[in-house]
Design a protein around this ligand. Structure first.
Ligand code: TIU
Length: 225
């Protein structure tokens, strides 16, 4: 594999062309708060075990990206310990007895620095991989992700993580409006709701790829062999 040459992989609605050195792997919110019991995901009433199938395919893609020295970016959804970046509307929504900032089994829910906010050990960031702390669902809103991508010459993104229709979809839409191409490998993204996962992927690839491309990790891994 020549990392500066254009690679073409099978995707919908049509093949995706990318240059590995200018294409980052952006892993969205693979945090204990979403994938382990006792965190934000469970607080919202979800069965967090539904997301765990995304871990193994993400590990393989991450290993391939690292093996070639390509750019890896991680995001975490969460808020400052003083909750200064938490909109009151977000705190109130859901009307659950415990909410963001309250104490749970993994520390304060969705708060930076707490155990639950951290990335799961299976996909833990390495030195040199940027970790973007975001207060919202999209990875560009109120973060330095755009600056980091520009400084590193990143033009395209492979977007993985959780959840498909929430933070992955919002981030793909934000990236699209900033001029970036996004490919989403379907096995590397997950949702608590299978029907919303399917709809989330359909929305990305509809209308000639209105927001981007949808594929699978297999053609990407084969291309990086
Ligand atoms: N609730 C839900 O499905 N997701 C989120 O709140 N955040 C992310 O998707 N990361």
């Amino acid at each position: 594999m020549n990392p500066t040459a254009v690679i073409t992989v099978d995707a919908e609605p049509y093949p995706f062309e990318f240059t590995p050195t200018t294409c980052a792997l952006l892993i969205i919110d693979m945090q204990r708060d979403f994938l382990e019991p006792g965190g934000f995901g469970e607080m919202l009433g979800n069965d967090v075990s539904k997301l765990r199938g995304t871990i193994a395919p993400n590990q393989k893609l991450l290993a391939a990206w690292r093996a070639h020295g390509l750019t890896v970016l991680h995001t975490r959804e969460g808020h400052r310990p003083d909750l200064g970046c938490l909109p009151p509307a977000k705190k109130l929504r859901g009307r659950s007895p415990t909410s963001i900032g309250d104490h749970g089994p993994m520390g304060r829910i969705l708060v930076r620095g707490e155990a639950g906010h951290d990335i799961i050990p299976e996909l833990y960031p390495q030195f040199g991989e940027a970790v973007i702390d975001k207060p919202g669902k999209g990875a560009f809103y109120a973060t330095d992700l755009h600056a980091i991508m520009q400084n590193r010459g990143i033009k395209q993104l492979i977007v993985t993580g959780v959840t498909t229709e929430v933070c992955v979809n919002t981030t793909v839409r934000e990236a699209n409006d900033r001029g970036y191409d996004c490919l989403v490998p379907a096995d590397c993204v997950g949702s608590y709701f299978p029907d919303l996962h399917d709809a989330g992927l359909k929305m990305i690839k509809a209308q000639g790829g209105i927001f981007g491309w949808v594929s699978h990790s297999h053609p990407l891994l084969a291309a990086l062999q």
